[in-house]
Design a protein around this ligand. Structure first.
Ligand SMILES: C=C(O[C@@H]1C=C(C(=O)O)C=C[C@H]1O)C(=O)O
Length: 433
């Protein structure tokens, strides 16, 4: 990559990639303030991006380039498109940190069979913040006019979505409970150890659902999660599938869940029982194994703690393990996400058996729910969470919400229904329900 003046922009005749002109400048953190407050009201909910946790991360708006793909090779296709785009980009980056310079935000479909497209988006403006650093990246193509020096101003508060009604989708609650019972029966008779079954709920609002309304409320109520929006998928995930930064890879694995009661001392006792529950520890171990095995193939050393800790969220507590390693084969964060996906936290063990049972019993297309969602820079560094606790815009006034639960031999359908309701809570309350 070079840094010529804007007049040197090449016209890549015959190229499938737009030639991007990318400029990152440092800005004082005081000028940035609250990242989410900077987002302008989008015409279409899919036209803003967010990846924010504890006030750090990115927001972005406008679209300079979008890539879409379906099928078994969707990750490879996305990877090769981004390689092409970044190799032709003209970059001037004054900050030179992970996430500065060219950046794409992605949301990948869960299944190779899905009709939903996986997507990478390059926004026109990205504002990033990390510790004491803040920056603005503006991206144009040779045919677009560079945005004027972005006025970083907090936008007027988003409007509420009015009254929201919720309804089961695909399967009724009872139908889903039967699917859970069927999964337990298959686990007790066959080779399947664990399967994650998900359900969907339709949320329909009185008027337009402004994604900024959801993001702001999710960030307030779930401050240890990554609050994301990419191409119309909006949510707050507590699970980091893979983070890659200068060769160091980390993954936060979650599996094993208990609902919170709202009474702190009771919740503390529940956290203790979660940490000792053999059903949850078994469910967790499958998920950690699947991640550790997939990462081992790419790392020279890997650290897998022996016992999980309990991660407290406002609605639920999870067994959690942070896995870390040093990448030895130059894999990008998206390539690592591809080899980790689907982990047993969202699919099951063995993977192929669980995959077959999911397709048969869930009776729905997960779309981009439970797929990797996140960002990647030109070096391949990035963060990919698992798209959980989220909703997908089916129309400006309606979202499809998802929640899934890991089923093992000791699972009880009624408890799993309650767990799925707890996992739907973040989006329901963000909608005002
Ligand atoms: C599948 C979901 O969550 C996953 C399943 C969990 C479980 O079964 O205990 C816990 C965390 C996630 O890995 C979801 O939230 O939809």
């Amino acid at each position: 990559m070079t840094s010529p003046s804007p007049v040197d922009v090449p016209h890549p005749l015959g190229s499938q990639h737009p030639a991007l002109v990318v400029r990152t400048v440092a800005v004082p953190t005081a000028r940035v303030g609250d990242l989410l407050a900077l987002l302008p009201e989008p015409e279409d909910a899919g036209d803003i991006v967010s990846w924010v946790r504890k006030g750090e991360g990115f927001v972005g708006w406008g679209r300079v380039a979008t890539f879409r793909a379906t099928g078994v090779d969707r990750f490879e296709q996305a990877q090769s498109w981004w390689r092409g785009v970044t190799s032709e980009a003209i970059v001037r980056d004054d900050v030179d940190e992970p996430g500065t310079g060219p950046i794409a935000f992605g949301s990948m479909a869960y299944s190779r069979r899905s009709g939903t497209e996986s997507v990478l988006v390059v926004p026109e403006v990205v504002v990033g913040r990390r510790g004491d650093l803040a920056w603005v990246t503006t991206t144009t193509t040779d045919s677009t006019v560079p945005p004027a020096d972005e006025p970083l101003a907090a936008q007027p508060d988003p409007r509420d979505p009015g009254e929201v009604v919720f309804a089961d989708r695909d399967l009724s609650t009872q139908g889903w409970a039967q699917a859970v019972e069927e999964a337990v029966a298959r686990i007790s008779t066959g080779t399947l150890d664990k399967v994650v079954l998900a359900r969907a709920v339709q949320a329909t609002a009185g008027h337009r659902i402004d994604p900024r309304w959801l993001l702001t409320r999710l960030a307030e109520d779930y401050d240890t999660t990554w609050v994301f929006a990419v191409d119309g998928l909006v949510g707050a995930t507590p699970e980091m599938l893979v983070r890659l930064e200068r060769g160091l890879v980390t993954s936060r694995v979650l599996a094993g869940t208990i609902r919170r009661t709202g009474d702190d001392s009771h919740d503390l006792a529940l956290a203790g029982s979660l940490a000792r529950s053999s059903k949850d520890l078994e469910e967790h171990e499958y998920a950690v194994r699947s991640v550790a095995d997939a990462l081992t193939a790419h790392t020279s050393s890997i650290n897998v703690p022996e016992t999980p800790f309990v991660l407290h969220l406002n609605n639920v507590m999870h067994l959690a393990t942070d896995v870390a390693g040093v990448v030895r084969d130059g894999s990008t964060s998206l390539a690592l996400a591809a080899s980790l996906h689907p982990s047993a936290a969202v699919c099951g063990t063995p993977t192929m058996d669980a995959d077959t049972v999911i397709a048969e019993l869930e009776q729905m297309d997960r779309g981009r729910y439970a797929g990797p969602v996140g960002w990647m820079d030109a070096s391949g560094d990035g963060e990919w969470g698992i798209a959980l606790r989220c909703g997908w815009y089916e129309s400006p006034q309606s979202l499809r919400l998802y929640a899934g639960c890991g089923i093992v031999a000791g699972s009880v359908a009624e408890d799993e229904v309650a767990e799925s309701v707890a996992k739907l809570m973040p989006m329901r309350s963000a909608l005002g329900g």
